[in-house]
Design a protein. Structure first.
Length: 324
């Protein structure tokens, strides 16, 4: 009789998974607590020999849906609970049903203080929702391999609350808009073309404390982690605009009738962004080609059609709001 054919029994220490935990990571924690190997547990769950389960194993390409009821018996948890906590289980079932499975590897190390409250003393690798950046209970930034304490920066906490509302409101455009908003703030940070924003970001950078923990062997290091934290509130502010289908519609390919029409579009986008970011102006270097290379200008005119219409310094002046 093969191990997966034998009756399953409740483990002596049936640890529950952390929400979103990587399947292999959980299986290794469960095995260590019960003094067996992850491979031994895997052989009781899936009907194929030589089942190898690394800590990062999460796709389970060769696993069958029988893993769910057998794991439920081993842990004493209901199938519904396991399906909710372990994304890999839902993917196995979806793949078996012939559904399209989109696998996104957005991982993070769970807050160590929250894990200690649950009796977990080792790092836990889990899937991170797009709008999860920090632990509100302990004020720790978890999106990265260095868990900075940022509870003393209330604008970060407020920004994440807004981030969650945006994610619920615009689920269809969130992924694309996230990349675009990150590009906007990253471009302004590196090019140093927005002095009003740079002043804010430098102030936040100065307030960031020394790193508390590093999980470089678990999460790939983000060389721009501190900068991303400093620009996060403005990123969320822009995300609310670029994820909105009403504003994204302005980017739809169209034949510009004249410069006046495009001026109204550019002006509307910049005016909205300036109001949302609460800055006097985002329109720097209007009389040079640097303005047409501005990240927000490029976002508005992604096809670059307006460049054919702007040929003189007076044309650039036409793109400036009369109130500026």
């Amino acid at each position: 009789m093969e191990p997966w054919e034998a009756p399953a029994r409740l483990l002596p220490l049936p640890l529950p998974p952390v929400h979103g935990e990587v399947f292999g990571w959980y299986l290794h924690r469960l095995a260590a607590a019960n003094q067996v190997t992850a491979g031994q547990l895997a052989k009781t769950l899936t009907p194929f020999k030589n089942a190898q389960v690394g800590k990062r194993t999460d796709t389970l390409w060769r696993w069958t849906p029988m893993v769910l009821p057998r794991l439920a018996i081993l842990t004493g948890l209901t199938p519904e609970t396991l399906r909710m906590l372990l994304p890999a289980i839902a993917r196995v079932e979806a793949r078996t049903a012939g559904d399209v499975v989109r696998y996104r590897r957005r991982l993070y190390v769970a807050c160590s203080h929250c894990m200690h409250r649950r009796g977990i003393t080792t790092p836990v690798l889990a899937h991170r929702p797009a709008d999860l950046q920090l632990c509100h209970r302990h004020g720790i930034w978890v999106d990265g391999n260095r868990h900075y304490r940022v509870g003393h920066l209330p604008e970060l906490v407020t920004a994440e609350h807004r981030h969650r509302r945006i994610a619920r409101r615009f689920p269809d455009t969130l992924e694309a808009a996230t990349k675009e908003a990150q590009h906007l703030v990253r471009s302004w940070l590196l090019n140093k073309n927005q002095p009003h924003l740079l002043s804010r970001w430098n102030d936040r950078l100065a307030q960031l404390p020394p790193k508390e923990a590093i999980y470089g062997n678990i999460i790939r290091r983000r060389v721009d982690e501190r900068e991303y934290i400093a620009t996060y509130p403005e990123f969320v502010t822009l995300l609310g605009m670029v994820a909105d289908p009403a504003w994204r519609a302005l980017r739809a390919p169209r034949r510009w009738a004249n410069l006046s029409q495009h001026r109204r579009t550019i002006n509307a986008v910049y005016t909205e962004a300036e109001q949302r970011l609460n800055v006097p102006t985002l329109r720097e270097k209007l009389r040079s080609h640097a303005f047409s290379n501005d990240a927000l200008f490029r976002w508005t005119d992604s096809l670059g059609r307006s460049l054919m219409l702007v040929t003189t310094p007076d044309d650039y002046d036409a793109l400036q709001d009369e109130s500026h």
